[in-house]
Write a protein that binds this ligand. Structure first.
Ligand code: COA
Length: 389
């Protein structure tokens, strides 16, 4: 089989953030609980004019800058913040990006695992058609509700990946092992715009799934922890990934353990500032690692994808020579630094200003318009979007 993987990557988040120290103060919690205990220092805040579609389109624009769009045959959007119960958000994304009508656009759903399922479809697709490319995007707004235990782990953002047979950033290996078993750890009923979660139970299921998959992966591939230069995890909050890493490190020698711990910190750097972005979260960890650490060509990375409900996959990838020249660490740092900090009152107001789940019209607050794509509101039960000229 020819080499396949990620040729370009892009990232988008909102223009606003909440400092976790401010949230801790208002909620009467020790800030160290959020910053060290949970491992989050900031979270991006989404005004209603930014949704899973606008963030996905912005991440794709970031990934595709200067790229020939012609070989793109398909847009796959992994999301659990879908804006319509029937129509794929990927169709809106395609229109906002100005992609041609001859392509396919589909939305994939399985909690935070969705973008990994989309990636796997894309890899199979380009393996058979080496001249074609697929745009895979994980885009979400994590909402748990004001004054809930999950509030400290909210966030908003998207990661886009151009998947092709010229994987200039990362070659993805065909060694994935999977696991699916029903678990009531996290879900979102159709009547609610916030998720329901049993956070402690979700951590337990996540860790159990990781242990089972890591054991099976080692049995099937004959590899051990010493074969990896980095371990990446789905990061609903950075402490969750750290707990799984500690499981894997039990069999590592001290040098390997220290190297993998250091690289884990690099992989969690963006997530600590953006918060949970559900389906894009593992790929934000990948981007954070690749933009934060200089890895040698051929370095092997393990990726653990987890979606509540629950489904998980463990697979590996190898870094390509010169990968950093295809990425934009300065631009992404500037994007994070350029966000405006909101106070708690403003955050609570923005959180509550959500399009109604009823037929009435809705207009987004223009004062919060930012980014290259905006959701304008709902008119006659139709969603309206606009793109920069
Ligand atoms: N200083 C340092 N650490 C502190 C602390 C302090 N003052 N106070 C508490 N902590 C630590 C706790 O020891 C705990 O760490 P541990 O898990 O390593 O033991 C951590 O902070 C969290 O404390 P806890 O009491 O468990 O917090 P909580 O009841 O508020 O719940 C979550 C935290 C993460 C479970 C909750 O935010 C949540 O449910 N988030 C959503 C999770 C999710 O999305 N799951 C599904 C997707 S996979």
């Amino acid at each position: 089989m020819s080499e396949v993987g990620i040729e370009r990557m892009g990232f988008a988040t909102t223009g606003l953030f909440l400092d976790m120290r401010d949230l801790a103060q208002r909620r009467g919690v020790d800030p160290e609980k959020y910053i060290i205990g949970i491992g989050q220092s900031e979270q991006s805040v989404a005004p209603s004019s930014q949704d899973a579609v606008t963030l996905a389109a912005a991440a794709a624009k970031d990934a595709l800058e200067g790229e020939d769009m012609d070989p793109i045959d398909m847009v796959l959007l992994g999301t659990e913040s879908g804006v319509d119960a029937s129509r794929a958000g990927a169709v809106y994304v395609k229109e906002l990006l100005g992609l041609p009508d001859r392509i396919r656009c589909v939305e994939v759903k399985q909690a935070c695992y969705a973008a990994t399922a989309a990636l796997s479809w894309a890899l199979d697709y380009v393996s058979k058609r080496p001249r074609k490319k697929v745009l895979v995007i994980g885009s979400d707004i994590a909402r748990y509700g004001l004054n809930t235990p999950g509030e400290a782990t909210q966030g908003a953002g998207a990661v886009a990946m151009l998947v092709s047979s010229s994987p200039a950033i990362l070659e993805i290996e065909d060694d994935g092992v999977f696991l699916t078993a029903e678990a009531e750890d996290f879900w979102r009923p159709p009547y609610s715009n916030c998720a329901l979660v049993d956070g402690k139970y979700s951590t337990q299921v996540y860790l159990e799934f990781f242990s089972r998959l890591w054991k099976r992966y080692r049995e099937e591939t004959g590899r051990s922890i010493q074969d990896f230069e980095a371990f990446l995890f789905h990061l609903p909050f950075s402490k969750m990934g750290l707990k799984a890493l500690r499981e894997a490190l039990k069999e590592a020698d001290p040098d390997t353990a220290s190297m993998l711990s250091e690289r884990f910190e690099a992989s969690a750097a963006y997530s600590r500032r953006v918060g949970n972005i559900y389906s894009g979260s593992l790929y934000l960890a990948l981007l954070s690692l690749l933009e934060g650490e200089a890895l040698e060509a051929g370095s092997r990375i393990a990726l653990f994808s987890y979606g509540s409900g629950a489904e998980a996959e463990l697979f590996s990838a190898r870094v390509k020579e010169g990968y950093l020249s295809r990425l934009s660490p300065e631009r992404h740092l500037k994007m994070l630094e350029g966000r405006r900090k909101v106070g708690i009152d403003e955050y609570e107001h923005l959180f509550s200003d959500f399009p109604p789940s009823s037929p009435q019209d809705y207009v987004c607050d223009k004062r919060y318009f930012s980014g290259p794509f905006r959701f304008l509101g709902v008119k006659g039960q139709q969603r309206m979007y606009e793109a920069d000229e």
